[in-house]
Design a protein around this ligand. Structure first.
Ligand code: EPU
Length: 339
């Protein structure tokens, strides 16, 4: 029988390590435990919250309801075609371990997404991305269970409405489905994307002309480790904000005032401006506010030295947003899910 605990502390379940509590808490390892948890919530009129790796979450309040910690594991190849392979992973698998599995088994495509913290189930929710690759580039479909009816539903790539760190599961279907498994369409031959930032240059520096997938993930690891704090050493939730998308006309005006402003093209009419650069420009990079600060090597990452409260985090978030708005007239929005 599923173990459901009352008044459970959540501090160890999120990488930001903010103290919080759930009215009810259960760890689930398979579908029958999930259905048991859904039944418990229904019978006791409790709301359900799902937590994967907790790497993109800020808990600001007590969870009034049942918090499910997803530990459903399993990876299987479902179909092999000539050039592509469909691989299904259960949602409680650790994303980075899954990427390692694909590399070990010569399934190509996910290399640049190595070392993103969190679970497979959380990956489509925010369409994780790094170094020019997004989950949606290799997404095939996902299986989800409707919390209300308990019925299964398949979501295709169009059903998911992927956007920049966005999907239907952050909007219309927020809190409505439990993502049970994700199927990716991977490649049987390498098609590395090395032209983003310093990946190609780093490989050439190492004298590697024809990289293997292992070379690529090792390079990604080195680049990430040089800038991004390991959440198990210095608690953080990755990029705290999204990079704002700005109209080309507005960007041109900003560029007159700030000629060094970096940007990435999004479409013919829009560019993305790195929020890390904006935060650095307003003087908040590395500046401490009690136990919290925007990280000194990458200002987009909010770090907790230890013991921070949700209020201290939210105060810094408000400071950052206000300063960026004041100086650049731009609105930053949070990438982290604030619950
Ligand atoms: N920059 C600064 N100061 C800073 C940080 C960045 O000037 O403190 C400038 C850099 O010089 C560079 C630009 O901003 O010109 C972009 O920086 P970087 O390549 O580090 O990437 P990012 O745009 O800050 C995004 C993702 C990361 C992902 C990297 C690499 C978002 C919100 N973040 O960051 O994703 O790892 O690109 O692809 O899109 C995450 O989502 O949690 C995450 C870490």
């Amino acid at each position: 029988m599923l173990k459901i605990e009352k008044d459970h502390s959540l501090i160890k379940y999120t990488t930001l390590k903010i103290s919080s509590q759930a009215d009810y808490f259960a760890v689930i390892k398979n579908k029958s435990e999930l259905l048991e948890a859904i039944k418990f919530a229904k019978d006791n009129q409790q709301a359900i919250f799902v937590l994967g790796g907790g790497s993109n979450v800020l808990l600001t309040n007590r969870i009034k309801g049942l918090l499910i910690k997803n530990e459903i594991k399993g990876i299987q190849v479902v179909k092999k075609n000539k050039d592509t392979i469909l691989v299904e992973a259960s949602s409680g698998e650790i994303w980075s371990k899954f990427v390692s599995y694909t590399v070990e088994n010569k399934l190509y495509g996910l290399e640049n997404l190595f070392l993103i913290y969190g679970t497979v189930g959380a990956a489509p929710v925010q369409n994780i991305g790094a170094y020019g690759v997004e989950l949606k580039d290799y997404f095939y479909q996902l299986q989800a269970i409707d919390f209300k009816s308990g019925k299964e539903k398949t979501f295709s790539i169009t059903d998911c409405r992927f956007g920049y760190r966005d999907s239907i599961f952050k909007n219309k279907f927020k809190g409505k489905y439990f993502i049970y498994s994700v199927t990716l369409k991977l490649l049987s031959k390498p098609n590395f994307k090395l032209n983003y930032g310093s990946i190609g240059a780093a490989l050439i520096n190492k004298g590697i002309k024809k990289p293997t997938a292992i070379d690529v993930i090792k390079t990604i690891e080195e680049i990430r480790n040089s800038k991004l704090p390991n959440p198990f050493v210095l608690p953080n939730a990755g990029s705290f904000f999204k990079n704002p998308e700005v109209n080309l006309q507005i960007f041109k005006k900003l560029l007159q005032q700030y000629p060094d402003m970096p940007s990435f093209p999004v479409s013919r009419t829009k560019v993305k401006i790195p929020a890390g650069w904006l935060i650095e420009q307003v003087g908040l990079k590395g500046k401490k506010f009690g136990p919290v600060r925007m990280y000194e090597k990458q200002a987009l990452i909010l770090v907790n030295e230890g013991g921070a409260s949700a209020k201290q985090v939210l105060n810094l978030v408000a400071k950052v947003k206000l300063a960026v708005k004041k100086k650049f007239g731009l609105d930053l929005s949070e990438e982290v899910n604030i619950i």
